[in-house]
Design a protein around this ligand. Structure first.
Ligand code: S3P
Length: 174
């Protein structure tokens, strides 16, 4: 295990980071934090509003600022991150210093099934959701894979199964 005892969940929108993270935190008796939630609380508004008022780059700056503010004080925490967090190399470096980075992977079909009824994600508030997910997955899968210590596939698995797979994988890291 890395010396820093945090577990960081990365992955595409709809990969289950928040649901898995809450259950995992509960199982290992860690705190749970979610970067989107922390940003919304700090800014006093929603992610959608931030995107529409200030644009994506501004939101990406808020993500980096948040990691910088957490990096030295977060302990025994499961941190669920927004799907675009690892886009910035700087964020990957910070996340890897903060704890074990776990990539929750999911297929295009699983993602579309999980996100299609939710309008809270500005990047997926589009007519051609299939094409958009395809394009973003193409860009991001290599980034997630590069950032991760451990990759866990979530297609067709229950939350309990995914948490069990993560715990098993963590025990196998020297
Ligand atoms: C984003 C993912 C969202 C949120 C924002 C942008 C992305 O988080 O940070 O809408 O770029 O993939 P979730 O992955 O929790 O949906």
């Amino acid at each position: 295990m890395k010396r820093v005892d945090n577990i960081i969940l990365i992955g595409f929108m709809g990969s289950g980071k928040s649901s898995v993270g809450k259950l995992l935190a509960n199982k290992v008796n860690y705190d749970f934090m979610d970067t989107d939630e922390l940003i919304e609380v700090k800014q006093g508004t929603t992610i959608s509003e931030i995107f529409s008022t200030n644009g994506e780059e501004y939101f990406r700056d808020l993500e980096t600022d948040l990691l910088l503010s957490l990096k030295d004080k977060m302990r025994k925490t499961v941190l669920s991150t927004g799907g675009g967090m690892p886009i910035r190399d700087k964020n990957i470096k910070l996340l890897r210093k903060m704890g074990q980075v776990i990539y929750l992977s999911a297929s295009k079909n699983t993602i579309i099934e999980r996100v299609s009824k939710d309008t809270s994600r500005p990047l997926l508030n589009v007519n051609n959701i299939g094409e958009t997910v395809d394009r973003l997955l193409g860009l991001r899968i290599p980034i997630y894979e590069k950032a991760a210590d451990i990759i866990i596939n979530t297609d067709k698995f229950s939350l309990e199964d995914i948490v069990a797979k993560i715990l098993q994988a963590l025990n196998h890291i020297p």
